[in-house]
Design a protein around this ligand. Structure first.
Ligand code: ADP
Ligand code: MG
Ligand code: ZN
Length: 520
């Protein structure tokens, strides 16, 4: 039976082969058409979905942006007012320019530099400037870019980023806002994904040496929440503080940004620098930008001092709320309140000079009295603080003395005064009755001044009572002092208030004039 069917099989196979060979071109054509169609569809889709397809395809790939600083190359020229930080980073730049110079001698560079400082002080800018100065690629990613809802994705992104960095060495990996992944593991509420990502980062940092030419930089404004493991030797062990600029720093930063702006001849940037204590580089950049916008709106050819003054006020105190219609009574209350602050400030020895008083509402405030420190104080004396307290109470006391009323306008002054008085007693040892002991951690300011709302009591009821008494004493002494000044100089205060109602804003010199007319 088999033999009889044998030849049939052979014919069948031959026939099949012939068929296959004949159809081959057709299949080819079909496959090609299919591929073309599919890729066309994909392009259409990804176009309409804004690159969603690409994103799905590269899931788990690192999100790091590779920047080769070509057009927008940032250098140390563009960063001002943070000289110490720049100095510390010089070594890193040297290394990146020529890694072999360092490794030949067997020296080892720290792998990780952590830039620590308040927002807007130029941490991101500094990191880019390091890459720009060394002329190496810059892989940058924001901490939150690692964290996804799917477990394991972040970890794979970290792995990917390090692989990419090694391929581009010498180069810089920059992790912005490190706290987004580096939160202390105990502080995480067992967020598995974040922990895995962090562990992967730690493992990668341990797994390579700087002789591969990769430097890791990171930035944070919340170093206190970082996992201690990240800060250990061999990881981010080089800490570079990027503080808020002092007056000279502010002037230098303003000069950097003024390069791009047409300033008129009379402009003195030092005045702006002096009137912006506590401002970050980002604030200063936006002051110059706002000033340019103000000038443009008024069709000026160059930015002058009045534009700068308006821009400074807007950035520091918020936009003028010209539309806010206040009753005549509220205006009057505000005028006397601010006149009170100003007058007490004028007659308090050692107080910062009054720069400007205004009853134009801005942001949340109905009026403002601005004092300008002559220098950037790093430490305050007890006498200065007591003066400051008196000035804070000047507003409320003026309302009481001249208008025989109290208003809610003093809420902010009271809050500030209470904090100062409490800290004088509890932290700064400025009360002899209580003694130089740190009594509470009520003001555990974190780096940024965000208070951790917990009050750890480590003292007895008796001490608590003493502390309360002392705080009250300091406050009421300051209040009396303000009251006395105002009562002694009633005429001056009233004249300042009336002038304020008339002109809305007075500067320091104008207030001096008013006081002089009374004396003369
Ligand atoms: P951070 O990362 O510390 O929050 P950035 O580096 O993002 O701050 O700064 C934001 C912007 O503010 C910068 O792009 C720059 O225009 C300006 N700036 C901040 N600090 C400085 C500085 N020290 N010198 C010059 N410009 C600065
Ligand atoms: Mg930043
Ligand atoms: Zn006030």
């Amino acid at each position: 039976m088999n033999q009889k069917h044998g030849p049939n099989w052979v014919w069948l196979a031959v026939g099949l082969m012939i068929a296959v060979v004949m159809w081959l071109p057709v299949w080819f054509a079909l496959t090609a058409m299919f591929v073309i169609l599919f890729s066309w569809f994909a392009r259409q889709l990804s176009g309409s979905l804004g690159g969603k397809i690409d994103e799905v395809m590269s899931f788990g790939k690192s999100r790091a942006k590779l920047l080769r600083e070509d057009g927008a190359r940032v250098t140390f020229e563009d960063v001002a007012g943070v000289e110490e930080a720049k100095e510390e980073l010089l070594e890193v730049i040297e290394f990146l320019r020529d890694p072999s110079k360092f490794t030949k001698l067997g020296g080892r560079l720290p792998k990780g530099c952590l830039l620590i400082g308040p927002p807007g002080t130029g941490k991101t800018l500094l990191a880019r400037a390091v890459a720009g100065e060394a002329d190496v690629p810059f892989l940058s990613i924001v901490g939150s870019g690692f964290v996804e809802m799917f477990v394991g994705v972040g970890a794979s992104r970290v792995r990917d980023m390090f692989a990419e960095a090694k391929a581009h060495a010498p180069c810089i990996i920059f992790i912005d806002e490190l706290d987004a992944i580096g939160k202390s593991r105990s502080a995480l509420s067992s967020h598995g994904e974040q922990e895995q990502t962090l562990n992967q980062l730690l493992a990668e940092m341990d797994g390579f040496e700087t002789d591969q030419g990769v430097i890791i930089m990171a930035a944070t404004n919340r170093p206190e929440v970082l996992d201690p493991a990240l800060l250990r030797a061999g990881r981010f062990d080089r800490h570079i503080i990027v503080p808020l600029p002092d007056v000279n720093g502010r002037k230098a930063i303003l000069e950097v940004h003024a390069r791009k702006i047409q300033l008129s001849d009379g402009v003195n940037l030092e005045v702006v620098a002096r009137s912006t204590p506590g401002c970050s580089g980002a604030d200063l950049a936006s002051i110059l930008n706002e000033a340019a916008l103000f000038a443009a709106r008024r069709q000026k050819k160059a930015v002058d001092s009045s534009d700068l003054e308006m821009a400074t006020d807007k950035v520091i105190m918020g936009m003028e709320r010209k539309s806010l219609v206040l009753s005549a009574e509220t205006k009057r209350t505000t005028a006397y309140h601010e006149a009170g602050h100003a007058l007490v400030a004028k007659f308090t020895e050692g107080a910062d000079p009054v720069h400007k008083v205004s009853i134009i509402p801005r942001g949340m405030a109905l009026g403002v009295t601005q004092q300008l420190p002559i220098d950037d104080k790093q430490a305050y004396t007890k006498a200065y603080l007591e003066g400051q307290l008196a000035i804070l109470f000047g507003g409320r006391e003026a309302e009481k003395v001249f208008l025989n009323q109290m208003s809610t306008g003093a809420a902010n002054d009271i809050e500030k005064a209470s904090e100062i008085a409490q800290r004088m007693v509890e932290e700064w040892g400025m009360s002899d009755a209580v003694g130089p002991i740190k009594w509470s951690s009520a003001f555990r300011h974190s780096f940024l001044g965000t208070q951790i709302p917990e009050r750890v009591k480590n003292y007895s009821e008796e001490t608590a009572r003493k502390i309360d008494e002392e705080v009250k004493r300091i406050v009421s002494e300051a209040r009396n002092r303000a009251e006395n000044i105002l009562k002694e100089r009633k005429q001056e205060a009233m004249l300042i208030a009336e002038k304020l109602l008339e002109k809305e804003t007075l500067d320091g010199a104008e207030i001096d004039e008013i006081i002089k007319t009374i004396k003369g």
